[in-house]
Design a protein around this ligand. Structure first.
Ligand code: FPP
Length: 248
């Protein structure tokens, strides 16, 4: 369903309304250059702006980035800490610019495990940019698709005490999922050569087209993104039906 808060004017039916990115390959990018893995993440963070700008140019009103998965805590402590610092730095540096450029920032995931400073920065960034309508940029941080479904089911239950679980159907659960404010992603792009979804937007990606590229995220260029969009535009999206139709 179209969100009335969003300016859809630049959007056409061959362009996805929501693109989600699995930004993989930062570590390998750094290794190839004999640099520490964290350099790869820093370079990866620097790619984000050009890709978000391209989304705006192409009339894509929702972009989502998988920045830190629930499973990433298993990485060495210093890498986890470097990723957190990068997130803090990103919020401190970019939010003003995002606000000036009409970007609404949202963060999804279990942020309760982040330190207080990061949680405050996230809240402030969301509040500051809440009125923007050009593009909604969602950063998935300490996010997992299974976590999302579980937290939705738990919150539904808390709001429906005494009501049988059988009453919980898809439509009832949807408002409790963490991306309830956005249309489902129509295109998921994964860089870095692996062809898997890695517990990203599991519910929301049910009908998404999945574009896998060997390009490592810090090398993911606007040209490669355009290639993904052309690939998407050529798809015959049937949603389980027989006759071709475009998402409505
Ligand atoms: C996967 O690469 C990438 C991550 C776990 C983190 C992605 C984070 C960023 C691009 C920067 C943060 C972004 C924002 C918006 C603040 P990997 O380390 O698994 O790479 P590898 O598979 O080559 O080891």
């Amino acid at each position: 369903m179209n969100n009335p808060r969003i300016d859809w004017s630049g959007h056409d039916e061959l362009t996805p309304r929501h693109v989600a990115f699995i930004m993989d390959g930062n570590g390998r990018w750094a290794k190839k250059r004999a640099l520490p893995r964290t350099f790869g993440h820093t370079s990866g963070a620097m790619r984000v702006r050009a890709i978000v700008e391209r989304c705006v140019e192409r009339g894509i009103p929702f972009a989502t980035l998988f920045a830190f998965s629930s499973e990433n805590w298993k990485r060495p402590a210093e890498e986890v800490s470097a990723l957190m610092s990068l997130f803090v730095l990103y919020l401190e540096k970019e939010v003003k610019d995002m606000d000036n450029n009409g970007v609404r920032l949202k963060v999804i995931g279990d942020t309760s495990r982040f330190d207080a400073r990061l949680q405050t920065l996230i809240r402030q960034a969301e509040e500051k940019t809440a009125h923007n309508t050009r593009i909604t940029l969602t950063v998935a941080a300490n996010y997992g698709g299974r976590w999302d479904m579980l937290q939705a089911a738990r919150r539904w239950q808390a709001d429906h005490a005494g009501i049988a679980g059988a009453e919980m159907d898809e439509e009832a659960l949807k408002p409790y999922l963490s991306m309830a404010y956005a249309p489902d992603p129509e295109l998921v792009v994964r860089t870095g050569g692996e062809a898997r979804i890695s517990n990203f937007l599991l519910w929301q990606s049910a009908y998404a087209e999945l574009f896998f590229t060997d390009v490592l995220w810090p090398d993911f260029s606007v040209a490669e993104f355009d290639r993904a969009l052309s690939w998407f535009a050529a798809k015959d999206r049937r949603f389980g039906a027989v006759t071709a139709k475009v998402a409505g």
